[in-house]
Write a protein that binds this ligand. Structure first.
Ligand SMILES: [Zn+2]
Length: 342
């Protein structure tokens, strides 16, 4: 069943977002990871349900998984996983709690329970404090994940409650993440463009987040994926960047935008449109990436994309006659320059 996920980039979304996104998700190489019950949502592509226990709970060696307690019937890990499959999930995802910095004990405890399951239809969800992928722990963590004997769905965080969504937090760990993707069956979840970097270096699938969130800090503009930058910009910041020179603002070729300018996405009610634009855009990238004939060709394709993004930053700096140059994200620079095979 996990084989059904091979060579796919799924979108991590709430069930409500998934309904809006369905027209832009490919049956051939896409799918959904839902946070929340699947309900009546049954698209013609794989669907997983992420219990997202890591958002609210920290793992301990005694209780690495979030399982219902109390009541007359106690529900164990196997039953909980069966429930997901019975509800229509393509494979089940473990309800793993957040594994804090240095907590090898909880990781080991979780991995042992998963190894005992000995099933073909389960993804071992591993929500790690990203520092566990640093030099001090990397070899040990890799060995523990390999011993679990199940494909790993990796979520990266930085201290509890703060998922490492912004790609630059992964910069010091990019090399190790690539080594991990080549060493075990890996599917990064919610990790922004890191999912693409890892699918280009051996991960069997990935699931970036839909990016539909609106920040509630006065400015209600949604986050907009700017394809040329390969980065998310707040819609209002993007409009400010072009100021009086809106004629230089990029037109987007995706099916949602149909050559309209991205600077139109500046109000709270544009949030859904911005989300659909983002998913339509990166689904097309995913199709191109996954369509490469070899893993080496994927890595080269990805490196070229990142290189183009760097080029666009300097091109636009020039066109806008900016004194302060537009600087690409560190992650993009690292992906573009790090040799694919180190
Ligand atoms: Zn678009």
């Amino acid at each position: 069943m996990v084989g059904a996920l091979l060579n796919r980039v799924l979108v991590h979304a709430t069930p409500a977002q998934a309904v809006a996104l369905q027209p832009y998700v490919s049956a051939e190489h896409g799918g959904f990871v839902l946070t929340g019950a699947q309900g009546r949502f049954h698209p013609d592509c794989p669907v997983l349900v992420d219990p997202a226990a890591y958002e609210r709970h920290v793992a301990t060696p005694d209780a690495p998984f979030l399982l219902p307690t109390g009541g007359l019937l106690s529900i164990g890990l196997p039953e909980m996983l069966d429930d997901q499959l019975a509800a229509g999930a393509t494979a089940a995802i473990t309800p793993t709690k957040f594994i804090a910095a240095g907590d090898i004990g909880s990781l080991t405890a979780a991995a042992r329970q998963v190894a005992r399951l000995d099933r073909q239809d389960v993804l071992f969800l591993v929500p790690l404090d990203i520092s566990l992928l640093g030099r001090a722990h990397f070899d040990e963590v890799t060995a523990i994940l390999a011993d679990a004997g199940h494909p790993v769905a990796l979520v990266l965080g930085r201290r509890f409650g703060s998922l490492a969504q912004t790609a630059d937090r992964v910069v010091p760990y990019i090399r190790n993440l690539r080594v991990l993707a080549a060493a075990i069956d890996l599917m990064p979840l919610r990790t922004d463009f890191t999912a693409f970097d890892l699918v280009a270096h051996g991960a069997f699938a990935g699931a970036p987040r839909s990016g539909g969130a609106v920040r509630h800090t006065g400015d209600s503009a949604p986050d907009v994926l700017v394809p040329g930058f390969m980065a998310w910009w707040r819609g209002s910041d993007l409009a400010d960047l072009f100021g009086a020179r809106q004629n230089l603002a990029p037109r987007c070729p995706c099916v949602v935008c149909d050559e309209q300018r991205l600077t139109r996405l500046i109000r709270a009610h544009h949030a859904e449109e911005a989300m659909c634009h983002a998913v339509a855009t990166w689904s097309a990238y995913a199709g191109d990436l996954l369509g490469q004939p070899t893993m080496r060709a994927r890595a080269e394709y990805w490196r070229r994309m990142c290189g183009n993004a760097i080029g666009y930053h300097s091109e636009l700096t020039h066109h806008l006659r900016r004194v302060r140059p537009l600087v690409p994200r560190k992650s993009i620079q690292t992906w573009a320059t790090l040799s694919p095979w180190t």
